[in-house]
Design a protein around this ligand. Structure first.
Ligand code: PEP
Ligand code: MG
Length: 587
């Protein structure tokens, strides 16, 4: 057993709500952690021996490599492996690993990994360019040593532990998050990332409690320490006392009961106290969320982020495969509408293809509709697939990252071409399928009047609208404090788009994370938003919130909001209304 240490609270930002309990598993950047398990006192010499053997084997390999390269390219090139060999002969490091085996009572490869990770992180964070540079060599040697442990009989097959745990990582990409094994990972905390990154959004849609931005912590946290992850407040509590565990167990139980209570509203409409109707739909990233969509009481799907399905690492699915997935969505949500957003690759999401040079500013680069319009064949395949599925239910097509009129017209032209083709091929589709755009770039909001003439609906993507309006990268935690949903400029742009939509007789939705923020619901109702699309976990409480508000009171408040000079003023107005109307939802 590990010695019980003092309760320690690490504060990050709440990435995805929920409470999780379990031992920690730490995974730093660079390469995956080996499996970790506890050892008994009498196994210590055995583990020390395993470490020695793995080192010997690595040295032998490096020696052979050095000779080989020297023969091929000369002595100078071979020196790199000499440097690698020196790392393995560093007495301080070796002693630390042996001490870690004894002290932590963990298997040798994990003790080695943990020591090397601390060392590597320290090297990466130094200002010395030489040391920074050498981190890559050390990383390389580490991987070799770890691989050489793997011939043991007792080797475990997976990199992550086979027991339930809380994953603490330097960073997780959206695709890492999407492929998390829910059976074992109860929750996760990352040093990097922010609340509006796609990693956090995915965690919320998958219902995995998560914390982001626990800066500098990966180095200090010890694998297998007991821990509680509070995704509501962003607290990671290491070695919690019995009292804290009890408190959190009660809190988790209370949350479960509150959720059950909200589920009773499932069949009810989302109507304000003065009879104003709002459509409440769900955001999804995967079709396995469709059951949750139904259970949550959503009126359809307001945003299907197709990129996670299309770019999940294998080949891009064919038109027919896509058509069957979109048909599944259409049939499941029928008679309600499901809005399929065309591929939004790039930014912090998965790139569609490796570029010859990394983009210096991916969020301002080759992303969303820009990719689709330059990869017309792929775009058409997706459009044809959506159209084919539209014969089986009520679908909508939505374009991401629209910056102006020209892109809308170009994209619509390709929809028309696709329709003409299908028509000629005698393949059924819905000729009246709604076509809409995301309003998520300030230029599109400013041009909303012109764009509204071309489309059937707007869906405001506040996640991007905020980042592009206030010039704050949505995943950069250094500037996360400047990412203000209630910045007056953001609200005024939303107002411009909503007014333009109304003037042209089209509807406006909000599918960014703002739609799921209970403190902002009064503001959105006041703006006259017609549809809110949120993650299924948040849907029941948003429904209750809307049902507690009066549209006329909210639009009265909106007058004040639109002339308010700063974000705190706007937040205060909306929050006061929220606290007055549904305090029970806000704890
Ligand atoms: C948004 O930008 O608000 C949005 C919903 O799209 P995404 O988060 O996928 O960029
Ligand atoms: Mg977006």
């Amino acid at each position: 057993m590990l010695p019980k240490e003092q309760e320690t609270i690490i504060q990050g930002s709440p990435g995805s709500p929920g409470i999780a309990f379990g031992p920690v598993h730490v995974e730093a950047r660079g390469f995956s952690a080996p499996d970790v398990y506890e050892i008994d006192e009498d196994q210590i010499p055995l583990e020390e021996e395993r470490f020695r053997l793995s080192l010997e084997k690595t040295k032998q390999e490096l020696d052979e490599l050095r000779n080989h390269i020297e023969k091929l390219s000369g002595e100078e090139e071979g020196k790199i492996f000499g440097a690698h060999l020196m790392i393995l002969e560093d007495r301080t490091l070796l002693t630390r690993v042996n001490q870690a085996i004894v002290k932590r009572k963990q298997n040798a490869e994990y003790a080695f990994y943990a020591v090397m990770q601390n060392f590597l992180e320290a090297m990466r964070r130094t200002n010395d360019p030489y040391l920074k540079e050498r981190a890559t060599d050390v990383d390389d040697v580490c991987q070799r040593v770890l691989r050489n442990f793997q011939h043991d009989d007792e080797r475990h097959d997976t990199n992550r532990p086979e027991h339930q745990h809380i994953l603490v990582a330097y960073d997780l990409s959206p695709s890492d998050t999407a492929s998390i094994d829910r059976k074992h990972v109860q929750g996760f905390a990352t040093e990097q990332g922010s609340v509006n990154s796609h990693t956090a959004i995915l965690a919320r849609s998958l219902g995995i409690p998560a914390i982001v931005g626990i800066e500098g912590s990966v180095i200090d946290i010890q694998t297998l320490s007991d821990c509680i992850l509070d995704g509501y407040t962003g607290k990671l509590i290491l070695n919690p006392s019995a009292h804290t565990v009890r408190k959190y167990q009660e809190r988790a139980e209370h949350k479960k009961l509150a959720r059950k209570e909200l589920e009773k509203l499932r069949e009810e409409k989302t109507t304000t106290t003065d009879g104003h109707r709002i459509t409440l739909s769900a955001n999804i990233e995967f079709t396995n969320e469709l059951t949750m969509v139904k259970e949550s009481g959503a009126e359809g799907v307001g945003l299907f982020r197709t990129e996670f399905y299309l770019l999940d690492g294998r080949e891009m699915p064919s038109e027919t495969d896509q058509a069957s997935v979109y048909t599944e969505v259409a049939e499941s949500t029928r008679p309600n509408q499901a809005i399929i957003r065309t591929l939004d690759a790039g930014g912090d999401k998965i790139p569609i293809e490796p570029l010859s040079q990394p983009e210096p500013n991916p969020f301002l680069g080759w992303r969303g509709i820009r990719v689709s319009l330059t990869r017309k064949t792929l775009f058409k395949e997706q459009l044809r697939a959506i159209l084919r599925a539209s014969a089986h239910g009520k679908l909508g097509i939505m374009f991401p990252m629209i910056s102006g009129l020209r892109e809308v017209r170009a994209a619509k032209e390709i929809v028309k071409e696709s329709m003409d083709e299908l028509h000629k091929e005698d393949i059924p589709f819905d000729p009246d399928i709604e076509i809409g755009v995301m309003i998520e770039i300030p230029s599109a909001a400013m041009m909303a009047g012109e764009i509204a003439r071309e489309v059937d609906f707007f869906s405001i993507g506040t996640n991007d609208l905020i980042q592009y309006t206030v010039a704050v990268d949505r995943v950069n935690h250094y500037v996360a404090h400047l990412y203000k949903p209630t910045h007056p400029a953001v609200i005024r742009l939303m107002n411009i788009a909503t007014r333009a939509a109304k003037e042209h007789g089209i509807w406006t939705g909000v599918c960014g994370e703002m739609a799921a923020d209970l403190m902002i619901t009064p503001l959105l109702v006041g703006l006259g938003i017609d549809e809110l699309s949120v993650g299924t976990h948040k849907l029941p409480s948003i429904k209750k919130a809307v049902r507690s508000l009066s549209q006329s009171e909210c639009s009265e408040m909106m007058k004040e909001i639109l002339s308010a000079p700063s974000s705190p003023d706007i937040s205060a107005l909306s929050e006061n209304m929220a606290k007055l109307k549904y305090p029970e939802l806000l704890d």
